[in-house]
Write a protein that binds this ligand. Structure first.
Ligand SMILES: *Cc1c(COP(=O)(O)O)cnc(C)c1O
Length: 297
């Protein structure tokens, strides 16, 4: 164990606390929970989801194994976790474009820099059976995520009280839905979300895998039209620019544009003070911006 220690990042108190800012996005006033500011390395909702592993000791674990897309924010955050813990990190992808293999950038590059070993087109199921392995589902969809997300819910409750706000509407876009689900489960306010990966049925199934009691499920706003996850849309890029221009905040390019477009289609939510959760993911913008530039120049 000692020999692994010098490989680890310096031990820092990774406090889970981020500010809430009041912003104007005409004609709405909105509060933004700046989880993108948690820490540059371990930021956004992945910091919350993986906080359990950061805070506890796992003496028998030597390696993290996970799988998913080749530019995933979860992949990058797991590479940071592995580095902090002095663990190895094996990540399985179905496919690696030759362009990315030859020119690593974005989350993929930063995860490689943190020591990630990439497996392309191999079967992950044979790798996960060993006792010394911590296996993390794609996107961090797992029950231990509740630990850090309860802290988020508690932080919001304390802030609400300080502000004298009686009832709040909370909104955040979903991938696996893990963040929205555990936030709703631990909050007395109404959590609204919308699916960015898959459709409403997919998101409901994701919720049910983690929580059978539907009373604890967030309220799903139905997208007005079908969008494909990771695909580039001019309206997504435009609203991303507008958000930055009007609020001075850089949002993520994968989930947030869809989130904001759907939120703005449901203005009745703003009848109560509304809190938008910024879930980080900004390192992923490197590769998304490069793709937007190649497409629209
Ligand atoms: C991972 C991620 C999401 C999706 O989180 P889930 O818990 O899977 O719903 C949303 N936004 C950003 C920026 C993310 O990195």
């Amino acid at each position: 164990m000692k020999t692994q220690k010098d490989k680890a990042l310096p031990c820092r108190p990774y406090m889970l606390h981020s500010p809430i800012e009041e912003k104007l996005f005409e004609p709405h006033t909105i509060y933004i929970k700046r989880d993108d500011l948690l820490s540059p390395e371990f930021s956004g909702n992945k910091a919350r989801k993986f906080y359990y592993y950061l805070q506890n000791d796992f003496p028998h674990i030597k390696k993290i194994v996970s799988y998913g897309s080749n530019q995933s924010n979860a992949m990058y955050s797991l590479s940071v976790l592995a580095k902090i813990k002095g663990w190895k990190f094996d990540y399985y992808v179905n496919h690696l474009p030759s362009y990315l293999g030859e020119n690593p950038h974005g989350n993929f590059k930063h995860a490689l820099d943190n020591g990630m070993t990439i497996h392309v087109g191999e079967d992950v199921s044979t790798a996960m059976i060993k006792k010394s392995i911590l296996f993390i589902e794609e996107g961090g969809r797992e029950e231990n995520a509740e630990y850090g997300l309860k802290i988020l819910a508690d932080e919001i409750a304390i802030w609400k009280k300080e502000q004298g706000i009686e009832a709040l509407n909370i909104f955040l876009p979903s991938g696996t839905g893990t963040t929205a689900l555990y936030l709703q489960k631990n909050s007395s306010d109404c959590v609204y979300t919308t699916p960015c990966v898959g459709d409403v049925e997919y998101l409901k199934k994701q919720f049910l895998m983690l929580e059978e009691n539907e009373k604890n499920h967030p309220f799903i706003l139905v997208p007005s039209k079908k969008r494909h996850f990771g695909k580039l849309y001019r309206e997504s890029y435009n609203i991303w620019l507008k958000l930055q221009d009007k609020m001075g905040i850089e949002f993520d390019l994968l989930y947030d544009p869809v989130g904001w477009l759907i939120l703005l289609e449901n203005p009745e939510i703003f009848q109560k003070p509304t809190l938008y959760i910024h879930q980080g993911g900004l390192i992923g913008n490197e590769s998304m911006l490069a793709r937007y530039q190649r497409k629209y120049d």
